[in-house]
Design a protein around this ligand. Structure first.
Ligand code: PLP
Length: 379
């Protein structure tokens, strides 16, 4: 297979060799059921709790505030449904730029008539308008409100201030949930200090395995389980734990955080280099979302005018060996376009493509990608 250049790390990341090696060895020797009381079970239980302790230390949260799940979709469902069922939340304020794991969950809750969902407007940089949030919170006095806004947008890299939104929520007695899938492992998330009630993440976005994630639930904010069964996860999620995945996730988080600052700087340099290279070759290119210096350094969303070269752009990139995305991973296959970009630029008709980088990309790959894209564009 010819060498490919993978620039879709916001969709998913490859697992690091250290994580694969660890999971492989655990597969061979730590296979007991953590709920069993015999030696094999106790070994697995110890491993599970070691992973919890290590992740809780990174998030500065209590061990009892961290729940393992199958990923962020489940975690978001657990929080949003749980807040309605267990906390009596009757209104949820969110934004049209959230991931479908939030938006589609809220649609089903709203259709069931159990909750009212309010969508904040977003500006052309992808920021929800906080003045509108404040107005809503003021008017909703007497209601049980949850605000659900993501930390880093998976399509544009727009970064939200958790401190500012959390402070508004505190002032008005609202709960605050943040889907932090794209920022876990990249930004410090101190749950003890952040004014956030619920935070969700997923291992495969920081070089861990797929199908495993977590939810942080602030102590004392009792929500009911989403999934019923055995007493696993302190009765919050029935089902035998994905032990290998959890151990792999904990190691991947350790590795991401050891090098966090250096990686962020490196990602920023890759992003800038890529953009300046493309701009020189394709003067029509524009950024969707935050300015180059702002936003998550791993994500760069660009738009180009429609023409013969861009109408099949993602397809042509793929044929030429470059993996990028036109929307979130679930829609990129069918190329349905991006609900996020539509919300930010209503009525605009350009071709949008998201490039997302990792510390595994090299400068040489970036230079090659620029040359290939320029070739496609000027063919
Ligand atoms: N939230 C955001 C912001 C995401 O980017 C993703 C993954 O694409 C998800 C939620 C869903 O995560 P998972 O694949 O773990 O269910």
């Amino acid at each position: 297979m010819p060498t490919r250049i993978y620039l879709d790390h916001a969709a998913t990341t490859p697992m690091l060799p250290e994580v694969i090696a660890r999971m492989h060895s655990l597969m061979e020797d730590t296979w007991g059921n953590p709920s069993s009381i015999h030696a094999e079970g106790r070994t697995s239980k110890a491993l599970l709790e070691k992973a919890r302790k290590s992740m809780a230390a990174h998030f500065h949260c209590a061990i009892g505030e961290l729940f393992f799940t199958s990923g962020a979709t489940e975690s978001n469902n657990m929080i949003l449904r749980g807040a309605v069922q267990g906390l009596g939340v009757d209104t949820i304020i969110t934004a049209p730029t959230e991931h479908h794991a939030v938006l589609h969950t809220l649609e089903t809750l709203q259709e069931g008539g159990v909750v009212k969902v309010l969508l904040l407007p977003v500006d052309h940089r992808g920021q929800p308008v906080l003045r509108d949030l404040e107005n809503h919170l003021t008017q909703l006095h007497g209601h049980r409100v949850l605000v659900s806004l993501m930390h880093a947008n998976n399509e544009t890299g727009a970064l939200l201030s958790l401190e500012n939104v959390g402070a508004l929520c505190l002032e008005h007695g609202a709960y605050f949930h943040s889907d932090s899938v794209q920022s876990v492992g990249f930004y410090p998330l101190n749950f003890q200090q952040l004014p956030v009630h619920f935070l969700t993440g997923s291992a495969h976005k920081f070089n861990g395995p797929k199908g495993v994630g977590f939810a942080l639930v602030r102590g004392g904010t009792g929500i009911p389980p989403l999934q019923w069964g055995g007493p696993q996860e302190r009765n919050m999620r029935g089902g035998t734990e994905n032990l290998l995945g959890i151990a792999g996730m904990a190691l991947a988080l350790d590795l991401a955080l050891v090098d966090r600052e250096a990686r962020l700087q490196y990602l920023q340099s890759l992003k800038e280099h890529f953009f300046h290279g493309l701009r020189a070759a394709l003067p029509d290119v524009e950024i969707n979302g935050p300015e180059l210096a702002d936003g998550h350094p791993k994500i760069l969303n660009l738009s180009l005018p429609h023409n013969a070269a861009t109408d099949m752009f993602l397809f042509n990139l793929d044929i030429a060996g470059i993996s990028a995305s036109g929307g979130s991973a679930c829609t990129s296959g069918s190329d349905a376009g991006s609900h996020v970009i539509r919300a930010m630029y209503p009525g605009r008709d350009r071709v949008n493509v998201r490039f997302s980088f990792s510390h595994l990309n090299t400068l040489s790959e970036i230079n090659q990608a620029v040359a290939i894209i320029s070739g496609i564009y000027h063919k």
